[in-house]
Structure formats: structure tokens, C-alpha cells
Write a protein that binds this ligand. Structure first.
Ligand code: HEM
Length: 478
């Protein structure tokens, strides 16, 4: 009896699902994809995906179904894309800006990633103010100033013993990022909470329980409580910063005309900028701070680690960087404009190891495309597109020796770098990030020799690109 009821329910649910998705199915008839079971779709494909096997499985999948395919899971239509032609059309199209990032909703809620299409231009304009020329120079000065901390930390490790460079780099980058976004140095408490939250999200990524908010709510009550507590703690801190900032402004207003410096900070932080605009709620401000902390902390730390491992394992590249850095130095520090080779090392690192591996879009209306292989067609409203930057940038069709680390390619005939995204929704911090990376890397490359000791990288995907055995290397003072 029970089995019969289950069977009947299954049949009814499958029929409803089929009817609901009929139009979408018809629209994507031209796309290949894995076998679709009634109701469940190709859930087996997702269940077998883990952070460890992601890259192996995704290249096998691409070899079998092509760089542009479809995959159903229940009523959800996933379109995995590793195809430049389609990715460029979609990302450059101003109509399709929704990112649909469900996993991060609780944390980044209220921020630019989660806001709707109509709010997006205003938010984008606000965030871009952080990186306008005058402030950008101040931010880069802050990075140069913080680079001294990097030198000190690396000096402690300069004994030629193998260590995981992530452990040195990530706390310093977090410190710097919070100064840029919130305008203050983070307390120990804040640092622990932000770090724990990132780790929690890394565990949630690709886990079956976290497939959507409902399954997470149902199956992970303890984790959910911890997540809620950490987000609440961070936002309580943000609200405190907001109040401090408002009080400081009031005092500045009152003491106008007196020769009395209240604030020794020269750059405008993201918080200053958001408060000056005046019309965002506290929750929206928290959302923006969380978004930039997430991007800035995780993506910049990862890029520095990959860059250092690559430099350590390519002595000729290290030598060329050193020569350039010595020439670009004057009494005031480094002229970042005179470090083109270091910049190409950073670009090449980002090409081979894009920390944000996947860029997502959720279609609210049909997307008509033209394609030289698949032919012309439509992607239906409701489809979730996942653009795999990692696979696209390692594809040999677009450049020679695409799998090899060859920074010179960015000096000679630069390929289009996709790691910051492209089109309207591309990373607004691109120019600043490159300056930040140069100003942190130049001093340590001049002072230390990085040695290719330790185990090779073992790539995995836990929210962002990483290495499951860390980023091992050793160093000595020059
Ligand atoms: C190596 C470092 C970084 C990389 C690789 C990177 C990459 C990306 C990518 C791939 C996107 C998504 C683009 C899309 O959906 O089309 C993005 C968006 C964004 N990034 Fe970055 N990013 C980096 C650093 C930063 C930093 C330091 C900040 C801020 C301090 C930042 C702030 C943002 C913001 C606010 C967005 C959302 C833009 C929007 O939705 O319109 N990023 N970034």
C-alpha cells in the first residue's frame, strides 16, 4: 500500500514537473546533456560532484557533452558553459544581469550581488566611487604601508623550511580588506567570525544538503544556527562602525575651523562612501560590506598564494621579476607603472587559476543567441547559466600552450582575461586589485628568494579555487 502510494505520488509529481518545464525543454532541444530521469533529472551528476573531483569531472563532462550543454535537476535547468562565444554574448548583454547566487543569500543579502536588476546601476555607481582615481591612489598607499607587515611575517618564515603560505597571507589580506571596506582595523573577534563564516560556506559549497535553502534549513540545523550567529556577529560590528562614523562626522562638523585632526585615515573607506550617499538602509550597507569583504579577502588571498607558488616554481620568472623590481625602485618606493612583467605574472596566475571559478547568471527572460557550432537558438527564462572561467581560459583553441605558466603572453599578445568577469557586471575592483597585488608582492620578492620546496598544488573547488594540501613553498632572505 505504502509503495503504491509512493509510486502514484512520484508519477503525479513527474507529470506536473514535465508539464511545468515543457516549454523550456522544447526551447533547448538542440543542446546535448546527460540522461534525464523522470522528476529527478540528472541529479546523480550533481550528487557525485565533490570539491576534490570537481575539475576531473567537469572536464570529463565537457568532453562528453560539449562546452555548451544542459542538465536538469528536478524543475531546475542548469546550463554549464565553457564556451567563449556564448559567454561573451551573454555577459556583454545588458538585459541579463541577475546572478542568482542562492548559496550566499543569507550572508550577502542586501548587497550588490543580491540586489534586483533595477537597483543594480545605482549600487554599481556607489561601489565604483571607492575606486575612483583620487581614492584609488590613497588605497594603494594604504596597501604599500601594510606591505611592511607582510615583510615582517615573511621574515619569520625565512628559514628554508616548507610552510603553507596561505597561513601567512590570508590574515594580512583580511586586515587590509577590512580597513578598505570598514575603515578600521578588525578586532580579533571580527577576524575569527569572518574567517569561520568563510570556512562554513566553503564546507557548504557542493554539499547535497546545501543544494537549496530549504534542504539546508531541513538537514543542517546546527550549521544553520552557527551561520546565523556568525552573520549576526559581523553585522553587529558593522552597525557599530556605522554609528562610530556618524558620531565622528558630527564632531567634525562641530569642530570645523579648529585645527584639530580627528581622523588620521586618509582614504575614503567603502563605509564612508555608502554613508555619504545617504539613502541605503543599515542592512543594505552591511550587505555591501560583506560582499566586498568576501570578494576582497578570499579572492585576493588566493591569488597571492597561487602567484607565489608559481613564482617559486619558475626561477627564471622570479629572476626577471627581481630585475624589474630593482629598476622600478626609487627613494619613495616602487613606481607600480614600471612593473609590467610583475603585472603579467599576476595576469597569468589569474588566467590559469581564476579564484572565482564560476560566474553565474539566472535568466528572467529568454536569451536568444547565435552560435557557430550549436546553431542559433534560445535559452529559456528560468535557466541557470554557470560559466566555467577555469576551463575557458585553459582551452588550447584560443592560445598556444594554454596549460603552461607563461607570463610573457600578457606582454606580447595579451589574451582576454576573464577572471574578473566581462561586461557590465565585471568586477569593479579590477584595476585596484592589480595595484594591490603589485604593491604587496614587489617588496617581498625583492627581499626574499622563494624556493620550490614542498608538495605540488592539488586543486580543489571549495567556493573558490584552492589547493587541498595548501600552498607549499619555502623561502630565504636574499
Ligand atoms: C583577485 C581578485 C578578484 C577577482 C578575481 C575578482 C573577480 C570577480 C568576479 C569574477 C566577479 C563577478 C563578475 C560577474 O558576475 O560577471 C566579481 C564581482 C565583484 N567584485 Fe571582484 N574580484 C576580485 C577582487 C575584488 C575586490 C578586492 C573587491 C572589493 C574590494 C571586489 C568587489 C567585487 C564586487 C562588489 C563585485 C560585484 C559586482 C556586481 O555584481 O556588479 N572584487 N569579482
Amino acid at each position: 500500500m505504502i509503495l503504491t502510494s509512493i509510486f502514484v505520488c512520484f508519477c503525479v509529481a513527474s507529470a506536473i514537473n514535465y508539464l511545468k518545464t515543457r516549454r523550456q525543454r522544447k526551447t533547448i532541444k538542440n543542446l546535448k546533456g546527460p540522461f534525464t530521469w523522470p522528476l529527478l533529472g540528472s541529479m546523480h551528476k550533481l550528487l557525485l560532484l565533490t570539491p576534490k573531483n570537481f575539475f576531473h569531472r567537469s572536464s570529463t563532462y565537457l568532453a562528453k557533452y560539449g562546452k555548451f550543454s544542459r542538465c536538469w535537476v528536478f524543475h531546475r535547468l542548469f546550463i554549464p558553459v565553457a564556451d567563449r562565444e556564448l559567454a561573451q554574448q551573454l555577459l556583454h548583454n545588458e538585459q541579463y544581469l541577475e546572478t542568482g547566487n542562492e548559496l550566499m543569500q543569507d550572508w550577502l543579502n542586501g548587497g550588490i550581488l543580491m540586489c534586483n536588476k533595477d537597483q543594480w546601476p545605482q549600487r554599481h555607481q556607489m561601489l565604483s566611487k571607492l575606486f575612483e582615481q583620487q581614492n584609488l591612489m590613497q588605497l594603494v598607499d594604504l596597501c604599500r604601508y601594510r606591505a611592511v607587515q607582510f615583510e615582517l611575517k615573511f621574515t619569520e618564515k625565512a628559514n628554508q623550511e616548507v610552510f603553507n603560505v596561505w597561513e601567512v597571507v590570508s590574515p594580512l589580506v583580511m586586515d587590509l580588506m577590512v580597513m578598505i571596506t570598514c575603515g578600521v582595523r578588525p578586532t580579533e573577534d571580527y577576524t575569527v567570525a569572518l574567517n569561520s563564516l568563510c570556512e562554513l560556506y566553503r564546507q557548504r559549497f557542493l554539499s547535497a544538503q546545501s543544494a537549496n535553502r530549504f534542504t539546508f534549513w531541513l538537514t543542517c540545523p546546527l550549521m544553520r544556527r552557527r551561520q546565523k550567529r556568525l552573520i549576526k556577529h559581523l553585522n553587529a560590528n558593522h552597525k557599530q562602525f556605522i554609528n562610530q562614523n556618524r558620531r565622528q562626522w558630527q564632531m567634525q562638523e562641530q569642530t570645523k575651523g579648529n585645527c584639530f585632526i580627528i581622523d588620521a585615515k586618509y582614504h575614503q573607506s567603502l563605509l564612508d562612501i555608502l554613508l555619504l550617499q545617504g539613502d541605503l538602509s543599515e542592512n543594505e550597507i552591511c550587505g555591501e560590506l560583506n560582499t566586498c569583504n568576501y570578494f576582497g579577502y578570499l579572492l585576493c588571498s588566493t591569488t597571492i598564494c597561487f602567484a607565489l607558488v608559481m613564482i617559486a616554481r619558475h626561477p627564471s620568472v622570479q629572476m626577471r621579476c627581481l630585475e624589474e623590481i630593482k629598476k622600478a625602485r626609487d627613494s619613495a618606493g616602487w613606481d607600480l607603472q614600471r612593473l609590467p612583467f610583475l603585472e603579467s605574472v599576476i595576469m597569468e596566475t589569474l588566467r590559469l587559476y581564476p579564484p572565482q571559478v564560476i560566474v553565474g547568471r539566472e535568466l528572467s527572460t529568454d536569451f536568444p543567441y547565435t552560435h557557430s557550432v550549436v546553431g542559433n537558438g534560445n535559452l529559456p527564462a528560468g535557466a541557470e547559466i554557470y560559466i566555467n572561467l577555469f576551463e575557458m581560459q585553459r582551452n588550447g583553441e584560443h592560445q598556444l600552450n594554454a596549460q603552461h605558466f607563461q607570463p610573457e603572453r600578457f606582454l606580447e599578445n595579451p589574451p582576454e582575461l576573464l577572471s574578473f568577469g566581462i561586461g557590465q557586471r565585471a568586477c569593479p575592483a579590477r584595476q585596484f586589485t592589480v595595484s594591490l597585488l603589485k604593491s604587496l608582492l614587489a617588496p617581498i620578492l625583492e627581499k626574499f628568494e622563494f624556493l620550490p620546496y614542498g608538495d605540488a598544488l592539488k586543486l580543489d573547488l571549495q567556493l573558490i579555487l584552492g589547493s587541498r594540501n595548501g600552498f607549499q613553498l619555502a623561502l630565504k632572505e636574499r
